[in-house]
Design a protein around this ligand. Sequence first.
Ligand SMILES: [Zn+2]
Length: 414
Amino acid sequence: MATLLLTNIGKLIQTRQTTENPLSGEDLKSLPSLDNAWLLIDQDTIEDFGSMSTEVPRADEVLDVNGDWVFPGFCDSHTHIVFAESREKEFVMRLQGKSYEEIAAEGGGILNSARKLRETSEDDLYMSAMGRLEEVIGYGTAAIEIKSGYGLTFDSEVKMLRVIKRLKDTYPVSVKATFLGAHAIPTAYKDNRQDYIKLICDEMIPYVAGEGLADYCDVFCDRGFFTPQETEFILEAGWKHGLKPKIHANELGITGGVQAGVAQNAISVDHLEAMSQVEIDLLKGSKTLPTLLPSTSFFLGLPYAQGRKMADEGLPIVLASDYNPGSTPSGKMSFVLSLACLKMKLLPEEAFNAATINGAFAMEVENEYGSITKGKRASIYLTKPMNDLAFVPYAFGSDLIHTIIIDGEVWDRK
Ligand SMILES: [Zn+2]
């Protein structure tokens, strides 16, 4: 099939001629759309779009969508979907009031996830991650970032990144890989953390970069994990090998992560539940994007990042899922939108922009994803007609998507 034309689109959402910068301020509040539209797809690319009241082009195949709404796929710029085992037992222990130490002693936490991952074969890891990737494609995600970080040894980190590479090579969605060897200090190095940092910088980063297994380098810069100085040291090693930084910062406290990220020209600093005006002002003067992960606050019962304040201060905020077994066992981006609206007081238009075009910038895929723009990938989803866009975050438990098109082809939902 060469060309596909969608006709009688009730509303075509996020239509833009160009997308040159991440959106902030008044621009973040505006979500351009076209009523009663057509969309022409050539192979895997958006060829053109327009109003049904103007001249409608011809195509090899025509799909009359009868008033359905068409959206660009979500861009989820922060996930950890490669892991060995879900952690619902730990969830129940938490409900029973057990402490973090008790949970870790009974087999929970990042270090136990790491132990299980080391024992799991690459094929088994791939099979389970594949299921999660297909799940989130079904929720409308068209571009995703996936991190390593549950290996914490040379071989296991490489194993995770190989799994991510296989996902990238197999699926038609955009997959960006992030090396997160600095997710935690493994038990074996608890008394000599410098040696683990040396292993990351001298062995893991050169190998991972040399094999083309990662696009970015991440560090969990927070209380009890890596210090800002250690973070900058690791990120510099990443830069030397062409891995740009994207980091975990200020989840557990105001601990210098934003400063380290900005100093290292990070693409994004993610989490930011704990922020003061100093960090907000620092981000305002930088190109580093603030990425907020409200599902994590929801699941752990932590304070939410100050999304409203950051948006009002003119920051180009990004929303992502943080899908992972410990703190966010969900990659449903429409639920992220609901939380961003309800808990951070973002407007639906701001939340959509943060989860599409700004998310695309946080993965450097803004020329291919994040909006309905000529020349971008035809990775979109369809819903039944709605009265208002706000229905998506409002109807928080509903599954509104009925058809997904990835690179111009209908995705068969499993
Ligand atoms: Zn994370």
